[in-house]
Design a protein around this ligand. Structure first.
Ligand code: ATR
Length: 274
């Protein structure tokens, strides 16, 4: 059994609910692996209590927090400083409590790019088609834009895709019903919608028109292999699964709170996949 001391460093994840979060498993695996005197705990906080509780946790000695649904936008508002990743995404998933205040960042885009590279995929290989226009699309789109990659958003609700594209110029918009026909123009396809997730509707996305070197990435990680990724594999395209993004997005927070940059490896993947 792990023993805590008077100087145990504390971090955690807050959401409402939070019991489904895999982050405690990920961070506590790293703490154990590196022999760090630290703990990472789930913190269920009601939306109406969020703004008052976060500064109190900073005062109580926490090093920082991850933030998940539904608090990512509210987290932006409690920060004293936010970095470009948070500003571009309009949402914060990582809080670091410092002597000069609460710092917020959004590591979703970083995690997505790190996972692509982990799979040997160059994000700059060519134009990218992003399915969806929610928070995940925004974070990933912002990170890809930093890389100078041409981006196109397509979304069931076209107004949301248009709003996102104008926030990330020179991103373009494609009509949702054109997504299959236009696929041949892209080097990377990313599903950022909830379609294909367990208990959600299936994603309709034929890969018939894909170029032979298309990479297909899905941010859905339950199931680990979505129908989209199965189809990509069957066609000999490069699949990139979503769980890796979750693991990589955890790295910057851990490094900031516990002072060591952790490694994402097969063991961690298996523990998080359970
Ligand atoms: P997140 O912040 O996790 O990205 P979100 O803001 O709820 O979540 O975005 C979910 C995405 O999945 C949106 O792009 C949404 O499309 P709409 O903007 O049209 O709502 C997309 N999505 C969810 N259910 C869908 C469905 N049945 N068909 C097509 N797109 C869907």
């Amino acid at each position: 059994m792990k023993l805590f001391t008077g100087s145990t460093r504390l971090a955690g994840v807050t959401g409402w609910p939070v019991s489904h979060s895999r982050s405690p498993r990920i961070h506590n695996t790293w703490l154990q692996r590196y022999g760090i005197d630290g703990a990472y705990v789930p913190l269920p906080i009601r939306p109406e209590d969020f703004a008052a509780t976060i500064p109190a946790l900073a005062k109580a000695g926490f090093a920082g927090l991850n933030v998940t649904i539904p608090h990512k936008e509210a987290a932006f508002s409690v920060c004293d400083h936010v970095d470009d990743s948070a500003r571009l995404a309009g949402a914060v998933n990582t809080l670091v409590f410092t002597p000069t205040g609460i710092q917020g960042s959004n590591t979703d885009g970083f995690g997505f790019l790190a996972n692509l590279r982990h799979h040997g995929v160059n994000p700059k290989a060519g134009p990218v088609l992003i399915l969806g226009a929610g928070g995940a699309a925004r974070g990933i789109g912002a990170a890809l834009r930093e890389e100078g990659v041409p981006i196109t958003f397509t979304n069931r609700t076209p107004e949301r895709a248009a709003a996102l594209a104008s926030a990330l110029p020179p991103a373009k918009v494609l009509a949702w019903d054109k997504r299959e026909a236009a696929l041949g123009d892209y080097a990377l396809l990313i599903n950022t919608t909830s379609l294909g997730m367990a208990h959600q509707p299936a994603l309709t996305m034929s890969l018939d028109r894909a170029a032979g070197d298309l990479t297909v990435a899905d941010i859905v990680f339950a199931p680990l292999e979505t129908a989209l990724l199965t189809e990509a594999k069957q066609r000999g395209l490069k699949p990139v699964e979503g769980l890796g993004m979750l693991l990589h997005q955890a790295v910057p927070g851990f490094a900031a709170w516990f002072g060591l940059t952790p490694t994402v490896d097969e063991e961690l993947y298996k523990i998080a996949a359970k």
